[in-house]
Design a protein around this ligand. Structure first.
Ligand code: BDP
Length: 716
């Protein structure tokens, strides 16, 4: 198995789980004859699924049965409206957009969507039950928690992908959309099964050439390939396009000719893609152009696109959305300025604009104030916008988190933010209720996940990493779900029913994020990666650059003072109840201690009583030790799954075991040198059992120096 079908393998169900499968109806009725409609797709998918899982061939009809009862059992799938027009009995009032109702009663299955997309979601839900050997009666009404459940791809026209770890783009190559869009349809199929409803197909660092007539047509072909799965297309825009592509001498958002230019481009896009989802905009960030160039506000910039989109409806009756990124900061700020703090940027740039955005603008906010680190406090911007719709940006691609060469199951990290209570006005204010629109009564909001799948058949470059994509979709639909339950479901669908496989995947995955945090950066100091590659360790390079995650480490101490009283003031961006917790070192949780405070290495932690430096040593050893167990646990699964996936995963887990030691020794060694404080157990600096690469005698290899030296064995 090469991973291409992800969790939609429809593998043959083992005999011992089949005894109730007779209840699966012998007939599918899909209430739409248009081949590009999601309901039609649902019929085909049900047929393929039942064939794969139960080995049974089931016919599809597109005509209403005269009655729908146990005398003529079938799986009936369609929109609630179509069903009601015929039978007049479905209750539509409890649906929200994209919702579905799934009823399994003996040998009658009814799947009704609020719209076509919802009907397809219901069909996937039913297939997921059958694939897991669940044939019980259900009566399930399921509505999404949030309307925006999008993924972002950082794909470039030349086929490269920024921060993608699974080969070149499935969408583009050589400056145009690819000819064969099979992989795009397959991606849309996976996405719709986890109820994702749109894809931004190109990099946030956007190229204006996406808007040439030929490329608009290419985008149209991509949208056509995804439409049967109810997945809509959106694109990232380059703010300066009127100048760079249009040849104008300005891209000022308040200049009527600029406005007209965008209107025209938007019209052309909608002519080709009538159901376009909308735009994603990264402006005035990391060198990207934006409205600030003309002393216009970020809201002026966002609203220009919002107005252009509002001129177009789409099939679902709701127009396009502008996802405007809050990741705006000046990477030239001066670190020697004690008060300068990149973490302050989002609130500084956006708070005063609250209420100034058009109602089809959603501000897309990374989960933490810096950048997808192994642990960050919740972005305070979620607690500073009350009249603006917001979405949370998560990363499925493991940019700072091992780049798919390490297993890191991310939902436990995401939950630290989604479940965080920001206490706005001293009332419960969970992040997940803010982005759903519920807390501040916003009509829009939701989730954006940076995925960056590539042409590798595993999609993400690692079979195990697919649990993150699966769980992302599930959480965007229902953020209250339990990370371990989602993982178990994914494991059953991906690897089958062997108990030992389930146990090992669960144990490894659930231990993976804590282990990664332990052997990379602890106590809120962030991930300590190399600032360019974002892969291996480079603790020396965190400070003295505008992009870095500043540690302010010196011989005496470490940590960034972000208090109001003494530091950068960041703690004061939270509502008072939360601000108070972080302002005070005694109430700041240990795992964020160094994010908020600068302390001596000898400072004693509240929890364990260890000193900060001894905690660094202990945590790095503990994390690497946990990582060593992953490959051994996996070894025991030989023969319990196909060799192809078994070996591929084993190879990666062995790499992770080794690389966790590289991390351990790089970080502990660095702070040992800097602080001059010995490890109380004597491990740091001594590696009696470690095999140094430079002492190996392999033929055909030669030693090269590696920069930064910490990422390699003795610098080579
Ligand atoms: C950083 C990435 C960079 C992205 C940027 C962004 O390293 O490649 O362009 O985020 O999100 O994490 O815009």
């Amino acid at each position: 198995e090469n991973g291409l079908n992800g969790w939609l393998r429809y593998a043959s169900l083992p005999d011992n789980l089949r005894h109730r499968s007779a209840s699966v109806p012998p007939m599918i009725v899909a209430l739409n004859t248009t081949e590009t409609s999601p309901v039609y797709t649902a019929g085909k998918e049900l047929q393929a699924g039942i064939k794969g899982i139960l080995g049974r061939s089931v016919d599809i009809s597109h005509d209403f049965p005269s009655s729908h009862n146990s005398e003529s059992p079938c799986i009936l799938v369609g929109t609630a409206a179509a069903y009601n027009a015929k039978y007049g009995s479905a209750n539509l009032t409890s649906f929200t957009t994209d919702g579905f109702w799934l009823s399994v009663k003996g040998n009658n299955v009814l799947i009704l969507g609020q719209n076509e997309r919802g009907a397809l979601y219901g069909a996937f839900e039913y297939l997921s039950m059958v694939a897991q050997g669940n044939f019980s009666d259900v009566n399930l009404l399921s509505n999404p928690d949030a309307p925006v459940r999008w993924v972002n791809q950082w794909d470039n026209l030349d086929g490269s992908i920024e921060r993608g770890y699974a080969g070149p783009s499935i969408f583009f190559s050589n400056g145009a959309a690819v000819d064969d869009l099979t992989r795009v349809s397959q991606y849309a199929r996976l996405l719709s099964s986890i109820r994702i409803n749109a894809v931004i197909v190109n990099n946030v660092n956007a190229n204006a050439s996406f808007l040439t007539p030929a490329n608009i047509n290419g985008l149209g072909r991509i949208a056509d390939a995804m439409r049967p799965y109810g997945v809509r297309l959106g694109i990232s825009l380059n703010f300066a396009s009127p100048q760079t592509l249009g040849g104008m001498n300005t891209f000022d958002p308040l200049d009527p000719t600029v406005d007209a230019w965008w209107d025209n481009k938007t019209d052309l896009l909608y002519q080709r893609i009538p159901d376009m989802a909308g735009y994603l905009v990264k402006a005035n960030s990391e060198g990207q152009p934006g409205p600030l160039t003309y002393n216009r506000t970020l809201a002026d910039g966002a609203n220009m696109f919002a107005r252009a989109l509002k001129r177009h409806g789409n099939r679902d009756g709701n127009g396009g959305i502008v996802m405007f990124r809050a990741f705006v900061y000046n990477n030239h700020i001066n670190e020697t300025d004690w008060k300068a703090d990149r973490a302050n940027a989002a609130v500084d740039f956006f708070k005063h604009l609250d209420g100034q955005f058009e109602d089809n603008v959603v501000v897309q906010i990374k989960y933490g104030p810096i950048d997808f680190q192994v642990r960050e406090p919740t972005s305070p911007l979620f607690a500073n916008l009350f009249n603006t719709s917001t979405a949370i940006e998560l990363q499925i691609t493991q940019e700072y988190l091992g780049q798919q060469a390490h297993v890191v199951y991310l939902p436990p990290l995401w939950k630290t933010v989604l479940d965080f209570d920001l206490r706005v006005d001293s009332k419960p204010s969970l992040v997940r209720d803010i982005v759903s629109g519920q807390r501040f009564s916003r009509g829009l909001g939701g989730y954006a996940g940076v995925v960056n799948v590539g042409t590798n058949t595993t999609w993400l470059g690692s079979h195990m990493a697919m649990s993150n994509l699966y769980a992302y979709g599930r959480l965007a639909w229902d953020p209250a779900l339990d990370p371990q339950k989602m993982l178990e479901e994914w494991t059953r669908l991906t690897f089958g029913f062997d108990r030992s496989v389930m146990d090992a995947v669960t144990k490894i995955s659930m231990a993976s994020w804590p282990a990664y945090e332990n052997y990379t950066g602890n106590l809120g100091i962030q991930t300590l990666n190399d600032p360019l590659t974002h892969f291996g360790p480079n603790p020396a390079a965190q400070d003295n650059n505008g992009w870095g995650q500043w540690t302010r480490a010196d011989r005496q101490g470490i940590g960034m003072d972000r208090t109001v009283s003494n530091g950068t003031g960041f703690a004061g961006q939270y509502p008072p109840e939360v601000a108070k917790v972080y302002e005070n070192i005694d109430s700041t949780p240990d795992d964020l201690l160094l994010w908020f405070h600068h302390v001596n290495y000898t400072y004693h932690l509240r929890g364990s009583g260890e000193t900060v430096i001894q905690h660094f040593y202990n945590a790095h050893y503990a994390g690497a030790e946990t990582a060593q167990t992953f490959a051994t646990q996996w070894e025991s699964l030989r023969g319990k799954m196909d060799d192809e996936r078994f070996n591929d995963i084993l190879f990666k887990l062995k790499f992770q075991a080794g690389h966790s030691i590289v991390w351990r020794d790089a970080i502990t060694g660095f702070y040992h040198n800097l602080s001059g404080i010995p490890d109380s157990t004597g491990r740091v600096g001594h590696h009696p059992w470690r095999m140094e690469a430079e002492s190996m005698m392999l033929q055909g290899y030669r030693l090269v120096s590696v920069d930064p030296p910490e990422t390699a064995s003795n610098g080579t």
